[in-house]
Write a protein that binds this ligand. Structure first.
Ligand SMILES: [Zn+2]
Length: 193
């Protein structure tokens, strides 16, 4: 079972969550009718999507999401807080008790990148966490990153640098953009980076 144009796993998950537009949905359905490989991947992603749906509702997960996922969340009445610093720029941000989903929109030229990693760094730019091979949509001009809401609600005032890198066949990083989030604590309680 091989597929020359495998459907992005994020799109399969959105398909299962009915979060695609009708034309996107038709295209996926047509492909699945003819492609056993993607059908098998869909069955795998169904289990994943059910887990993601629950976790995303709880806002407790770090992951890269799609705009259709956000539209779906808004329709379900979830409150989304979004920050979109320019590449190389910074933004003052916070989170309140009423927010359900926290989004960082990271604009970057993703053309030609085979694999994109999202690195979360401390205020000195030292990498602390890496999300490897994040889903990137063809033609997308941005990565939509959902930060863990439970983490940020507990986080102290801190600076986090998000760095997008393209990884080539030799494993070398090519920087795509850096985005600085100056987070101001709004809720009491312990917690540290
Ligand atoms: Zn396929």
């Amino acid at each position: 079972m091989n597929c020359s144009r495998p459907i992005d796993v994020a799109i399969l998950a959105d398909y299962w969550l009915a979060a695609l537009t009708p034309s996107e949905e038709n295209a996926v359905e047509e492909h699945l009718l003819a492609c056993d490989a993607c059908g098998a991947r869909l069955r795998e992603s169904i289990a994943l999507a059910e887990g993601i749906r629950q976790l995303a509702r709880e806002g407790s997960l770090r992951l890269v999401v799609s705009d259709s996922f956000l539209q779906r969340a808004i329709q379900q009445g979830l409150r989304i807080r979004e920050y979109a610093p320019a590449p190389g720029g910074s933004v003052q941000c916070t989170v309140t008790a009423e927010d359900d989903i926290l989004i960082g929109r990271l604009a970057a030229d993703l053309a030609g990148a085979k694999r994109v990693d999202l690195c979360l760094c401390d205020e000195h730019g030292v990498e602390r966490l890496r999300l490897p091979d994040i889903p990137v949509r063809t033609g997308a001009g941005a990565i939509v990153y959902q930060e863990s809401m439970s983490f940020m609600k507990a986080a102290p005032t801190t600076t986090i640098v998000a760095r997008l890198v393209a990884v080539d066949d030799t494993g070398a990083d090519r920087p795509l953009g850096e985005y600085t989030f100056h987070h101001t604590r709004t809720l009491p309680g312990p917690g540290s980076w």
